[in-house]
Write a protein that binds this ligand. Sequence first.
Ligand code: PMP
Length: 754
Amino acid sequence: MESLASKIVHQHFAIEATAQQMAGYGSLNFRLKLADQSRYVLKLDPSEDSADILHAENTVLQYLSTQANLPGLLPIPQADKLGNQLFTYQTGQKQYMTRLLSYIPGTFLAEAEHSPTLLKSLGTFMGKLDQLLLPLRPLAIERRRFEWDLQYCLDTTIHLPLIQDVNNRRIAAYFFQQYREHVLPQMPHLRRSLIHNDANEWNVLTQDGRVSGLIDFGDIAYTATIHELAVTLAYACMQKVDPMAAVLDISEAYHLEFPLEEREIAILYYLVAARLCTSVCMSAHSRHLFPDNDYIAISEAPAWTLLQQWIQLNPFDFERQLLVRCGFSVPALPNAQAMQQERQQHLSKGLKLSYPDPLILGGGALQYLYDERGQSYLDAYNNVIHLGHGHPRVVNAGQRQMAKLNTNTRYLYPLLNEYAAALTDKFPAPLKYVYFVNSGSAATDLAIRLAQTYAKRSQLVVMDHGYHGNTQVGIDISSYKYNGKGGKGAPKHVQALPLYDLYRSRGSVNDYLTQTQQMLEQLDAPAAFIAESVLGCGGQVPIPAAYLQGIYAQIRAKGGLCIADEVQTGFARLGTHYWGFESQGVVPDIVVLGKPMGNGHPIGALVTTEAVVQAFENGMEFFSSFGGNPVSCAIGLEVLKVIEEEGLMEQAKIVGDYFGEEMRKLAADYPVIGDVRGSGLFWGIEFVKDAQSKIPDAELAEAIVLGMRQAGILLGTDGPYHNVIKFKPPMCFNTDNVDQLVTKMAALLSKKSK
Ligand code: PMP
């Protein structure tokens, strides 16, 4: 090919030069060196379809070459012997659209040291260029629809499935979803102009620490002007420890040359992300088509790293800092105390807030949360948002169904049947009937009603420290509540069994079983026994398998039903099993579900056997206005699919095992960590005064939770002594997040124990 390049310039330009092919895809590019050391670039485009685009590109470059105040060097199209700047070259079967351009010397931005001065000069250069491009509106360019024009970036979402790494794919899908929410509605209001659209690190040239030139106008677009800055930032922020500093330096300099509008600044965060997502989708597609071309993936790894950094930047802070740097006025930050006072005008103080200085949440992004005052948080506590905050698949499923139909179970619609089948498919055979409700509490309340109807009696057996719901029935069966502050003790028909705690209990499981047996013998025959597999509010205490099996046998021997509360432990959270009860080798008669089921959308359910359902079919209608509505079904179904397709149970196991290992190492260094227990993404870290006495240290646990919040990580305490830190993050939590958490906790512990 290189000899062909020399031949073309000899024939058409009467130039004698040696040619060297340069990396690239799309067109073939050659660097030509003449005897007098002068240089050119020859571009051969294999596609004839692009003639009008290439012509328009030449016209733009030609126009720019006549401008007096150019920001630096830009390629100039050269005319051949006949005066043509673009012609078709035929060789054998092949045709090439051929152009010769002047050569721009310099060091690529990719190879230069990115000082603030250099980054500012990049902003200045692009701002000046965009000013010069303002009068141009080439029709062929305006008509072109291609993926690299950010207004069409959603076209690249068809390549999302080609992204192999599930955690990366989720981030890309998340940002595309955010683009739909934040950018698309603004698109008609954005000013438009011709832009270069590809100031990447291999297109920008530098000299003496400043930007000196720009090449490759192949992606010029007539589009929203702000896309220029977004694209420039997307590349310039790669491989930076502090991408925000680069954003501010470049944007401010750009703004000084080409003043930004506030509405443009408001969407810039999402536009940069969208460009990165376009880039990774296109890389995935190209890699799929040409597995051997290394150049394709050239910016892929840094793009992923930047996306992972980007999602941790707070978009409220991003916008605010940019507005300030560009000289716009900004509103005062919201005030948590004022909001709290306002809240208490109409809401009871019984509605507790976490943290003395509560968070003001304005957004959530997978495992991260954004405070409107500017901080980002890693969420290590919210097990309700099972798949991640704003998970794009769940958001889409809910939005689509909401736009289509929402009704109730008195009508037929396929989604209800489909979801009921998919959900019950996750259970062992006898558990094949489901009632849909809207919360864990509604599910436990109904479970008790079903059990009492089935068994025709009312006595209930529960676990010490258990929690099952906020209805009257829920409180009556929750020792966490009736024995807690404001509680009135166990109602007459409720008997609590002692919880066998591997860390604190003295005696063996068998001792407990014997004690339990004696208690049960003195009781009237129970209607049901209800327990969580791992007691969440009780301080993440698992019930040992042998103990639970023994209790189930005794309850059943007395004709009672066994209810498993999987509100916290269900949906693969434990990493080893889909349901907690499976890890204990029991099969309940009724299972109650809630929290994670709708990824934050309020759905609950009760799954049970045919015999229990039949006993309840006594003529009285069971109806829930919202339970099983099509929107909830669409969301619930999507949650089940995502758990499967993202391999979240396996991920919970890997990340959870790693968390356990790291925490145990920390416990070895700090004996104030008395116990580390859990599995998957459901752990308790118990704090004590010292290992021997095991005296609970609620104060330390609380101080750690506060310190961690200060360090940007959300956790919480629970348990009868309030000394257990609970770790139950969204299931997309990864090993890097574990490292972040453990490092910060270690730093806190080393300070506290001094
Ligand atoms: N059961 C358990 C084990 C729970 O943790 C909870 C909520 N914390 C519930 C039931 C009640 O669920 P909801 O808050 O959805 O009513």
